[in-house]
Design a protein around this ligand. Structure first.
Ligand code: THU
Length: 137
């Protein structure tokens, strides 16, 4: 693991330790590097009203936007074991993945697999699909 990935792993690990997951007891942390070079992290935040829970990846993306960045270069996801992001989070990544974004799926030992976002979300729907197709009179 190179130093850039190690930094993402460390940030994801710290965020995972702060996850609010009392219902599933499934803690997840995520850390991303934005085009500016800044690193943002997030954890899953569950709620007693179950459907309101937010995934770690989405939290990290919200932190990035609040921090003033708009482009994700790479993201590392760390769960209790190696897990793949849910479909909604893949779509949210896609919104901010201008180039060929990479997604690293890690386990606690630091072992990780590397995927392009287009591998995880082929044929994505994006802003360009909205152009000129609105059903307005
Ligand atoms: N979760 C994430 O935060 N990221 C994933 O990639 C998969 C699932 C969360 C959602 C919920 O709080 C818990 O893990 C169990 O699904």
């Amino acid at each position: 693991m190179n130093e850039f990935l190690a930094e993402l792993f460390e940030q994801a690990k710290q965020a995972r330790g702060r996850a609010h997951a009392p219902y599933s007891r499934f803690q997840v942390g995520a850390a991303l590097r934005a085009a500016s070079g800044a690193v943002y992290s997030g954890a899953n935040v569950e709620n007693a009203a179950y459907p309101l829970g937010v995934c770690a990846e989405t939290s990290a993306i919200a932190a990035m936007v609040a921090g003033g960045d708009r482009e994700i270069l790479e993201m590392l996801v760390l769960g209790p074991k190696r897990i793949a992001p849910c479909g909604a989070c893949r779509q949210r990544m896609s919104e901010f993945a201008k180039g060929s974004m990479l997604v690293y799926l890690a386990d606690a030992s630091g072992a990780c697999s590397r995927h392009s976002l287009s591998e995880l979300l082929p044929h994505a729907f994006g802003p360009e699909d909205l152009n000129g197709n609105a059903d307005v009179e």
